[in-house]
Design a protein around this ligand. Structure first.
Ligand code: SAH
Ligand code: F3S
Length: 452
């Protein structure tokens, strides 16, 4: 009789906020897995609970405080439970988390998660652990086999941000920009591709400045996002390349040229405008004007025909008048985004804007928020409806969340596409004939035998 394998210890990881947090959670998990931990979706069954937190808005932090509070009783009855807080809020609040929530065992800042396995061992042996140092290199190498989706993966290419947009906490929580070498990124993508990944999304807080902190290569030039995408494009097996996010201030023409040239670079650009008013953009210290933004949108469409644009917008920034708000509204009308992400301004301690009076009433922020979303719904429906009757290629994710008898996937421009088909098509590319559209999705019929 063979000895029974030791029972894997179970870890529950939950990410709040951006894609970078989702990825950092996976990277921490990859380290833990090498020490025998196994992911569970059931927090009740876990011996270790990790929250990967966001500080971008006050509300994001509130949610975590209340989730942590709710664990107090469980920790009392089960002292062997370990609770860890990682990410931006861990970096920002640091000791105060351990003070306010003495049942928390680990506070791990934005640059310390690659040693999560060691932090967990220390917490077991010594009690509360605070690890929020920001110096030194962040080693994000990972076991590429550990990832939630087989065919799609995120890859971290840079961390931190050197800008000082007046509302933004990220430069404080994530620190200054550091880039990963082009060879490192390409090597990770190669290993992911060898393990079945077909679509990669390169991640950075301000990915357009990728390369700024690197040395020049043999050709005497520093790598840029464009050269990185060209390198990833040469990796056999990778069929789609995406990246997030791009400050318009740093968008370079060579990137648009690469996107236009390379069929594997997806025709999708997430490109946060934040506002359509020059006065507000100035107060935000964004470094571009409305006209410049519109010019870049036009240039993107010229160099990459069919490209889809998505944006982030903040409503109710300090002093935002009705007229200034309407400038954002007309920007949304004028550009015709595929998608917009709208945020109600939330003052963040220590940012330049937090010195300005947060003078747009909450009800007014809400009205502007909903007004933009209603407008975008009409635009998205109109733009999506233009797909009816077209045949498009879809990378299948698997059964649709809302209706498991149908499949869901993404087309090149990042639209969700829903259709009937067998679950075995998950991870494959298929052709779909689009029949109808709603604002959030396209619906269609699978072209039989089209999978590859
Ligand atoms: N790196 C990205 C932004 C990261 S934060 C960029 O360069 O644009 C993600 C989004 O959150 C931002 O685009 C912004 O729209 C929103 N956001 C950031 N700080 C905010 C704040 N204090 N209040 C409301 N929304 C905010
Ligand atoms: Fe934030 Fe501006 Fe950088 S929004 S992440 S400071 S580009």
């Amino acid at each position: 009789m063979t000895a029974e394998a030791p029972r894997a210890r179970k870890v529950y990881v939950e990410a709040f906020g951006c894609q970078m947090n989702v990825l950092d959670g996976e990277l921490a998990l990859s380290r833990l897995a090498s020490k025998g931990w196994e992911r569970t979706e059931d927090a009740e069954a876990a011996e270790l609970i990790l929250f990967n937190t966001c500080s971008v808005r006050d509300q994001s932090e509130h949610r975590v405080w209340s989730r942590l509070g709710a664990l107090r009783e469980r920790k009392r009855t089960d002292p062997s439970l370990l609770i860890g807080v990682m990410g931006c809020m861990a970096q920002r609040e640091a000791e105060s988390i351990l003070r306010r929530m003495p049942h928390v065992d680990i506070v791990c800042g934005t640059r310390r998660f690659p040693v999560m396995d060691a932090l967990v061992e220390r917490a077991r042996a010594e009690g509360q652990v605070l690890a929020v140092e920001t110096d030194g290199y962040v080693d994000v190498r990972r076991d590429v086999r550990i990832r939630p989706q087989r065919h799609r993966a995120f890859v971290s290419v840079m961390r931190g941000c050197d800008h000082k947009c007046s509302y933004c906490i990220v430069p404080r929580t994530r620190g200054p920009q550091i880039d990963r070498s082009l060879e490192d990124v390409a090597e990770e993508v190669r290993r992911l591709a060898d393990d079945g990944v077909r679509e990669v999304t390169l991640l950075g807080q301000n990915i357009n400045t990728y390369g700024r902190t690197l040395d020049a290569g043999p050709d005497g030039r520093r790598p840029t996002l464009a050269t990185l995408i060209r390198a990833v494009d040469r990796v056999p097996g990778i069929e789609r390349i995406r990246f997030l996010t791009s400050n318009p201030m740093d968008l370079r023409e060579d990137l648009l040229e690469a996107m236009g040239e390379l069929p594997r670079a997806c025709g999708y650009l997430h490109f946060p405008a934040q506002s359509g008013s020059d006065a507000v953009l100035r107060r935000m210290r964004r470094g571009y004007t409305r006209d410049r933004y519109l010019e870049l949108c036009a240039r993107a469409r010229e160099l990459c025909p069919g490209i889809e644009l998505a944006t982030d917008l903040i409503v109710g920034f300090p002093g935002e008048t009705e007229e200034e708000y309407l400038a954002t509204r007309t920007l949304v009308e004028q550009v015709g985004f595929k998608q917009i992400y709208v945020f109600k301004y939330s003052p963040r301690p220590g940012t330049a804007a937090s010195d300005l009076a947060d003078d747009v009433p909450e009800a007014e922020k809400k009205r502007r928020n909903n007004d933009l979303l209603d407008l975008q719904d009409e635009i998205a429906l109109r733009r999506n409806s233009a797909f009816a009757g077209r045949r498009i290629e879809v990378l299948v994710d698997g059964p649709s969340e809302k209706d498991a008898s149908r499949l869901a996937g993404l087309e090149d421009g990042h639209r969700t596409v829903i259709f009937e088909g067998p679950a075995e098509l998950s991870g494959r590319f298929v052709q779909v004939d689009v029949e109808r559209a709603t604002a959030p999705a396209l619906y269609g019929r699978l072209v039989a035998g089209s999978e590859r």
